[in-house]
Design a protein. Structure first.
Lengths: 330, 281
């Protein structure tokens, strides 16, 4: 039991687990000494969600004079849509998306309203602006939440790009908010992109749990969802990562993907088995004392791959060199 | 080993002589739990593998496999353990509203002394503990859902001159070794009294909230304050008031309603003891 708590904490899943136990009617039956750990974690998750809601409130207020469309991404979107998976999450940042042409106006307005840019070196500023899909993170000095303003879903130099126009075409309103949200299919695909193309694979189990939560929620509501999701993935060119997500989710979390929709991408079965095995090895957190060389190797390989996907080789090598020399700063 | 400290069972792994000596002395009467049980907090202190190992030995603190804080000099392993344990509690134990306060009990009723810089809280707390008050905690007021306070007796850290003050005031007090040149100056710990440890499972009903302010040679003045003032000060003082949200508001409100609240200035410990004695009688 204690080992479970340790691993849950490391993967930032204690509160989520707590909610699942509560939903299943088991939480109340646990011995008090164990139960209060879940309850304390759920209290903290509620707090963090509250901070994000407040930050959204402040951002909405600041951007009121501007006629721009602002899309809430990830955790903020899950909160706005009141999805069950939003409970128990520990969002650290507020991620929002604006059109590239609106970006400087938004940045200017937020700066006028008190947000400050994180202090970064010149190189890092350039990295953010030109190559990443966001401006440097903003933070209002009176609060803790970082606001990441994106203008695309993937870095500009990545080899795999989501189709931005397609994204914007299906953005929709949410009641009682000036923020818009992506379509359910795009929400899933964004989470998939985030999971597989971010460089740090350790402790990404949390992200897989989110994807599983999205698939279960939307899949249960609409039988056409899987069809639309597959079509959408193909339109974006993201069938391959979606395939991996389906298989890894099914293997690790028993995500109920209908058999006929399991392979949206025409991925070579051998390659697919290899990638899925690697991911299943890398995603779950290792116990603290466990050296777990297998997982470490898997994570390292995926780290290389994800950087390779992010940038062409001619940019990647100098970038990695710089990072190595500067020490771990990101 | 798994040490029972107040409501928490702490699994401690360390092979550091200075720390083992400190623990066996300062936590002598605390319960030990079977190693295969469920521990609430897991900490490890270890010597990092670095080139400094031999001429500037250091010690690191880890919770659940993740390092917390910068390394300390090896000889400061005990204060590192104490501060680290505080951090572990303050960052996770949100089943409580956690006040940053000393709490002592007499006759079943608890005295809450919220900490502010210059309050002399720890010195006052150590003194009261040796004058008939049971120590609940020198650092954490653990307010439960039902409004009662749970004990968390720990070695009380004293800084610089306070060490001498307590030695003089309470010669019977058991003090641990002195640690010079820590971030807070010289630090030494007062062992919690036997009674405080024995009654570690006994919660207390809050009765008085007193905001202390130490001023050398000042007259002792205990002055009642309005509820609104006490509410705001207590809420700001708590470690996790915002985390608890509405529930934090509710618990502070109930504390304020149930307790008498005062500002207190003092210059001599003896005066303080007298005033609190009369409060409790």
């Amino acid at each position: 039991m204690e080992d479970l708590m340790v691993v849950a904490e490391r993967s930032r899943l204690t509160a989520t687990l707590g909610h699942r136990l509560a939903d299943a009617g088991i939480l109340a039956a646990l011995p008090g000494r164990v139960r209060r750990h879940f309850e304390a974690a759920m209290t903290e998750a509620r707090f963090r969600n509250r901070l994000i809601r407040w930050e959204m409130n402040r951002v909405a207020r600041a951007l009121r004079p501007l006629d721009v469309t602002v899309v809430a991404l990830k955790g903020a979107a899950y909160l706005l849509l009141d999805l069950p998976l939003a409970r128990g999450r520990l969002p650290a940042d507020l991620d929002i998306l604006v059109r590239r042409e609106d970006l400087s106006r938004v940045e200017r307005r937020l700066t006028e309203a008190g947000w400050r840019s994180a202090e970064l070196s010149e190189y890092d500023q350039r990295y953010y602006r030109r190559w990443m899909h966001e401006i440097p993170p903003l933070r209002h000095p009176r609060r803790y939440v970082e606001v990441d303003v994106h203008h695309a879903l993937l870095p500009l130099t990545a080899r795999l790009q989501a189709d931005d126009e397609l994204l914007w075409s299906s953005v929709r309103e949410v009641s009682c908010s000036r923020f818009r949200v992506l379509s359910p299919e795009d929400l899933v695909l964004h989470a998939v992109v985030h999971l597989f193309h971010d460089s740090d694979c350790a402790n990404r189990l949390r992200d897989l749990v989110d994807i599983d939560g999205l698939l279960r929620h939307f899949g249960a509501r609409d039988r056409d969802f899987w069809h639309r999701l597959t079509e959408r993935a193909r339109a974006h060119g993201l069938e391959r990562p979606l395939t991996y997500a389906f298989h890894v989710g099914r293997r690790l979390l028993h995500t109920p993907v209908p058999a006929e929709w399991l392979n949206p991408g025409r991925v070579d079965p051998l390659l697919r088995r290899w990638m899925v095995a690697l991911l299943c090895r890398a995603l779950p957190p290792s116990a603290p004392d466990d050296l777990d060389l297998g997982a470490a190797t898997a994570r390292w390989l995926l780290y290389l791959r994800s950087h390779y996907l992010r940038m062409p080789l001619k940019l990647l090598i100098p970038h990695l060199l710089r990072k190595a020399l500067a020490g771990k700063r990101h | 080993m798994v040490l029972g400290v107040g409501p928490f069972q702490v699994r401690i792994r360390a092979r550091i002589a200075a720390l083992t000596g400190f623990l066996s002395r300062m936590y002598r009467d605390f319960p030990l739990h079977p190693p295969d049980g469920f521990a609430d907090i897991r900490v490890r202190l270890y010597r990092p593998r670095s080139w400094r190992r031999y001429f500037q030995p250091q010690v690191c603190f880890e919770r659940d496999g993740k390092r917390i804080f910068h390394p300390f000099p090896l000889s400061h392993a005990p204060p590192l353990f104490e501060w680290g344990l505080n951090w572990c509690i303050a960052t996770r134990a949100h089943q409580y509203l956690m006040l940053h306060a000393a709490v002592l009990e007499r006759g079943g009723r608890a005295l809450i002394l919220p900490a502010t810089p210059g309050s002399g809280k720890s010195t006052l707390c150590a003194a009261l503990m040796h004058r008939g008050w049971r120590l609940l905690s020198d650092e954490f007021g653990l307010v439960r859902e039902d409004g009662r306070l749970d004990p968390l007796p720990r070695p009380i850290p004293l800084k610089n001159e306070s060490i001498g003050v307590i030695r003089a005031f309470a010669p019977e007090a058991e003090l641990g070794p002195e640690f010079p040149k820590t971030r807070k100056g010289t630090v030494a710990h007062v062992k919690p009294t036997g009674a405080s440890v024995r009654r570690m499972e006994e919660s207390a009903v809050p009765a008085w909230i007193v905001f202390p302010r130490f001023q050398r040679d000042a007259r002792a003045v205990l002055e009642p304050v309005p509820a609104s003032y006490a509410f705001l000060r207590l809420a700001y003082n708590a470690f996790n008031y915002e985390v608890l949200g509405a529930e934090g508001f509710r618990r502070v409100g109930r504390l304020i309603r149930r307790c008498r609240h005062f500002n207190f200035s003092y210059g001599r410990l003896e005066d303080a003891i007298e005033i609190f004695d009369s409060l409790a009688s």
